[in-house]
Ligand binder design. Structure first.
Ligand code: NI
Length: 378
């Protein structure tokens, strides 16, 4: 394997994007190369995705590297010569880069397998964008012995040769809520004969704007967005009910609990103030990604040794299911500078291929360094 070859594999992946849980060709492509190179694959029982194992000392420590492999329902407009060949599907979040990067890391580790003081499990995860791929990988039980997890993510605002690494919360928990306010319909000329749910809805929308400013530590961050409201269908009837839904984004479990509780209280109180009842639903999605401080220090040291510039990774209110792995063992989610300057999930998103081979070398070196540390501790 060399740099030119790895870039070719990345371009193949970019031309052949597949949506979450439909990554059949992607999986066959990756596992085909891995098998040919003598890399062992675990039987995950899942239809897509794979776990590759590179193992020197069998009873040594275990480190996990994760790449997500799914694409998005976006029509590509990058103008790249290796743009998507699939109508309406695009690697617009760089998961093709992640897959190629960890494929490269796997092959670099395979070349030194005999000397490894432990095992590296490389996870090619399906369905990150639709939010359940990591849970499926964790549920296989095949990762329970992993002692540290690392993942990289393309980042268009950092140049190639730069990594963004930061301890603490870096990606948000993404939850969904809805409230159905029930009143009693009536003639609009006789609101006194009914119970109007619309003032209750208006009170709730206003009150929700103060949740973050009155509930959350000013040095912490959270978002409450109401994104969908519905009530009534004409001008002269007071409707029976009103509906709203939206999302809560938080960075820590304590803030998540606090905002959820306060939102429910405000919803019920707004309903009650106007004589309505509230049906409150709160669905927890992906938890926030909280990077381990010492994992970040070690990851930064390895990066500097390899000549990377390391900057503090910007946090995001976007969600990432890498958090599911961190329920097994600590680790770090690392931004890989891939230039381009166009945000992810945009039809013109690109990742500079020149960042790929150095990133593959970095994650392989990080895994080796972690195995050395963990086997020294044992
Ligand atoms: Ni992504």
């Amino acid at each position: 394997m060399n740099e030119a070859w790895l870039i070719e594999q990345f371009k193949w992946l970019h031309r052949h994007p597949e949506l979450g849980l439909k990554e059949y060709e992607t999986t066959a492509f990756l596992t085909g190369i891995l098998r040919q190179s003598g890399v062992r694959l675990l039987d995950t029982g899942l239809e897509t995705g794979a776990i590759a194992v590179i193992s020197g000392k069998a009873d040594g420590p275990v480190v996990g590297l994760r790449a997500d492999i799914d694409a998005l329902p976006i029509q590509e407009a990058s103008g790249l010569p290796y743009a998507s060949e699939r109508e309406g599907v695009m690697h617009a979040c760089g998961h093709d880069f992640h897959a190629a990067c960890m494929l490269g890391a796997a092959l670099l580790l395979k070349a030194q397998e005999d000397r490894l003081p432990g095992t590296v499990k490389i996870i090619f995860q399906p369905a990150e964008e639709i939010d359940n791929g990591a849970l499926a990988m964790v549920a296989t039980g095949l990762l329970n012995d992993v002692q540290a997890f690392y993942a990289g993510h393309t980042y268009p605002w950092l140049a190639p040769g730069t990594l963004g690494i930061k301890a603490g919360p870096v990606m948000a928990a993404a939850d969904r809520f809805s409230v159905r306010l029930r009143g009693r319909g009536s003639h609009a000329g006789h609101p006194d004969n009914g119970i109007d749910p619309i003032p209750a809805l208006a009170t709730l929308v206003s009150a929700a704007q103060t949740l973050v400013s009155r509930t959350v530590d000013p040095f912490d961050s959270a978002v409450v967005s109401i994104t969908h409201v519905e009530a009534g269908n004409t001008w002269n009837i007071i409707p029976e009910e009103a509906f709203l839904e939206g999302t809560v984004r938080t960075m820590t479990p304590a803030t998540r609990d606090a905002v959820q509780q306060r939102l429910e209280r405000v919803a019920r109180a707004s309903a009650e103030a106007h004589g309505c009842t509230a049906e409150f639903e709160y669905q927890r999605g992906t938890a926030s990604v909280i990077n381990d401080a010492s994992a970040c220090e070690r990851a930064s040291a390895v990066a500097r040794d390899l000549g990377f510039q390391v900057v503090r990774m910007p946090s995001s209110m976007g969600a990432e299911d890498f958090s599911d792995y961190l329920t097994i063992a600590p680790g770090a989610f690392i931004r890989v500078g891939t230039g381009g300057g166009c945000e992810a999930h945009h039809p013109k998103f690109t990742a500079d291929p020149s960042a790929l081979f150095p990133a593959a070398k970095y994650f392989a070196a990080l895994a080796v360094s972690e195995l050395n540390r963990l086997s020294g501790e044992a």
